[in-house]
Design a protein around this ligand. Structure first.
Ligand code: PGA
Length: 255
């Protein structure tokens, strides 16, 4: 990881943790994460109903709050959706967008993700924009093509604002499967993403954009992933539900 980019470790809690459990987990991350905050940006992303409860626990401000999705409009007749200003009001500073589960299970497209990315920036939120190839795409040798199309589609018109976003590379075949990309496989795609960012924006902005790896990151493999030059931290699913494991991963980003 390059020295000029502060690492980020973000926990994606997915559809886990009700109020009390969420508050307990957040408090443990907050107390263990505060001493690391100068060296790594730590973010936790609970489900919507737990956001306000968790925001109360994170009052010290060294661990930040994020959401897992949002709509692109600021308000309107969109039953079941949550708007960017609502997330800001709940205390969020980050929002995960275009996670592969949203793309696969809820039919989100690059166009939707692009609208959301613009809306997040306009609301003052830092979008964590997720991209990644499926196993079939990797085995067919299409990884770079798929990633290029996702970068271009999801980040259309964002060239001047690359410093305000985070990209998460999450190979779909590695999410929740226990299979992790090797550090070399991940580095290859991260370097490719950075080159593409340099084409939609300018080179210095692309160099300053933080690109996270996600997909079965654990304390045992975090260090070697984070030592790769273009890997600037991680988006953590399963291991983010355990405070000790999540904090060990955050710690791995500081060395
Ligand atoms: P995982 O999930 O760490 O459980 O593989 C990562 C993610 O979906 O963001």
């Amino acid at each position: 990881m390059a020295l000029m980019r502060k690492p980020v470790v973000a926990g994606n809690w997915k559809m886990f943790k009700c109020g009390d459990e969420a508050a307990t987990l957040a408090a443990a991350v907050d107390s263990g994460g505060s001493p690391l905050a100068a060296e790594v940006d730590i973010v936790i992303c609970p489900p919507f109903p737990a956001l306000v409860r968790v925001a109360d626990v994170l009052r010290a401000g060294s661990v930040a709050l994020g959401a897992q999705n949002m709509h692109w409009e600021n308000e309107g007749a969109y039953t079941g959706e949550v708007a960017p200003p609502m997330l800001v009001d709940a205390g969020c500073r980050y929002v995960i967008l275009g996670h592969s589960e949203r793309r696969t299970l809820f039919h989100e497209t690059d166009e939707n993700v692009n609208r959301k990315t613009h809306a997040a920036i306009a609301a003052g939120l830092v979008p964590i924009v997720c991209i990644g190839e499926t196993l079939d795409e990797r085995e067919a040798g299409k990884t770079h093509n798929v990633i290029a199309a996702q970068v271009e589609g999801s980040l259309k018109g964002i060239g001047a604002e690359l410093s305000r976003i985070i990209v998460a590379y999450e190979p779909v075949w590695a999410i929740g499967t226990g299979l992790t990309a090797t550090p070399e496989q991940a580095q290859d795609v991260h370097a490719f993403i950075r080159r593409r960012l340099g084409q939609i924006g300018d080179r210095p902005s692309a160099e300053s954009t933080r690109i996270l790896y996600g997909g079965s990151v654990k304390p045992a493999n975090a260090g070697e992933l984070f030592r790769q030059p273009d890997i600037d931290g991680g988006l953590i699913g399963g291991a983010a539900l355990d405070a000790d494991a999540f904090l060990a991963i955050a710690k791995a980003a500081t060395v």
